[in-house]
Design a protein around this ligand. Structure first.
Ligand code: SF4
Length: 376
């Protein structure tokens, strides 16, 4: 993988240290036919001001359920069974998001936290022009703002996301996929929220448009100072522009850390597989590896480490004991700093494993597993 990365202006360190959203020990269940199905288990992370946190993992790993829980938009079949979501306002007040009344929740959404969905076509209203949709969002939350000011705001927001003012009267179907996604971002920005959740916002777009939109998000983040939770199954995309990344598997975070640290040295075998499952957006091509098998059915999650049926390095303890998320050892031997990485894997627990695996060990285990499967 290339060491070349998207350059970006870092948010000032003093601001970055301030938390804006804290998720503590969050668990979410869906009502099942016979029993409840746990979709998210004991997830904790902190989003800081101006930070871009990526949530990565294959479909069904719980990342979108987690995003909907943060906005309290979960389907009626889902329930938060444990945990806290705390929002830190700039004035120092801490809001308990799970305790907000319906009226407080309406004010919280869009004003403090907005969401951009995967399919702009589904989230934009097909029978309203862009101008009317932005105006609607602003008028609902700023009823006293004069009409002329709202119109100016709509033009300025579209300009910010790279859409010319002459598109104001366009309907969503008259725009390209990239432009529709930009328009969704403009609507999310309308009330200058502190946090924007982006659920696979570029998945349906081609690589060039994807890159343009990511560059735009970075620029807007630097201009407006909002924080982003960016959800994707494409880890190599996140490595290009997120500050930190949490990798989810079967509803749990299995590795978390600064994206540079994860990029240079993924500890968890699943993280390694995900990074190498996609071609890098930049730099020389490399052969993609496949992670054998598919994610588990959450109605019957494997015992122990849920990744063990697919892991080329699994051993006995993996099939019996759930590995907790704990600080990872430093990547290089002799180093003392672990770059803040935490990992849930028995290979890094001295109780079970004497020597932590190197990148080469993980690569050879995947190669051997691929050879075995080809020989079958
Ligand atoms: Fe693989 Fe075991 Fe680590 Fe799970 S705990 S990722 S099965 S080595």
């Amino acid at each position: 993988m290339s060491a070349e990365r998207v350059e970006m202006t870092p948010t000032p360190a003093a601001q970055r240290e301030a938390p804006v959203l804290e998720v503590k020990h969050l668990s979410i269940e869906y009502a099942g036919e016979d029993a409840a199905v746990r979709a998210v288990t004991d997830v904790s992370f902190t989003l800081h001001r101006g930070e871009i946190v990526g949530l990565a993992g294959e479909s069904g790993c719980g990342k979108s359920t987690l995003a909907y829980a943060l906005t309290r938009l979960l389907s009626p079949m889902a329930a938060i069974t444990q945990g806290e979501i705390l929002f830190h306002r700039p004035d120092g007040e801490v809001m308990d998001v799970l305790a907000l009344s319906p009226e407080e929740l309406r004010a919280f959404r869009w004003n403090e936290l907005a969401i951009v969905f995967q399919s702009a076509m589904n989230s934009l209203n097909p029978v309203m022009t862009l101008a009317a949709q932005i105006d609607d969002a602003v008028r609902a939350h700023r009823p006293h703002m004069p009409r002329a000011e709202r119109q100016e705001r709509a033009i300025s927001l579209l300009r910010q996301v790279g859409i010319a003012a002459d598109r104001l009267q366009s309907y969503p179907h008259e725009l390209s996929g990239g432009m529709r996604q930009r328009a969704s971002i403009a609507i999310a920005l309308a009330l200058e929220p502190a946090v924007i959740i982006m659920d696979e916002p570029t998945t349906a777009l081609d690589v060039v448009v994807q890159r343009e939109i990511l560059t735009e998000i970075l620029r807007l983040r630097d201009a407006f100072g909002f924080s982003v939770i960016f959800i994707t199954h494409d880890l190599s995309l996140l490595l290009e522009f997120a500050d930190s990344i949490a990798i989810m598997y079967a509803g749990r975070i299995v590795e978390r850390g600064a994206s540079r640290a994860l990029y240079a040295h993924p500890r968890h075998p699943y993280s390694y597989g995900l990074i190498h499952a996609f071609p890098p957006l930049r730099g020389p091509r490399r052969r993609a590896i496949g992670i054998p098998g598919s994610p588990p059915d959450l109605r019957a999650t494997p015992p122990g480490c849920a990744f063990h049926p697919r892991c080329p390095l699994a051993f006995d303890a993996c099939r019996a004991v759930i590995p907790p998320l704990r600080p990872a050892p430093p990547a290089a031997s002799g180093a003392t700093d672990n770059d803040g990485v935490t990992v849930a894997c028995h290979l890094y627990d001295p109780t079970y494993s004497r020597a932590q695996p190197t990148l080469e060990t993980i690569a050879s285990a995947y190669a051997a597993a691929a050879e075995r499967s080809a020989a079958r």
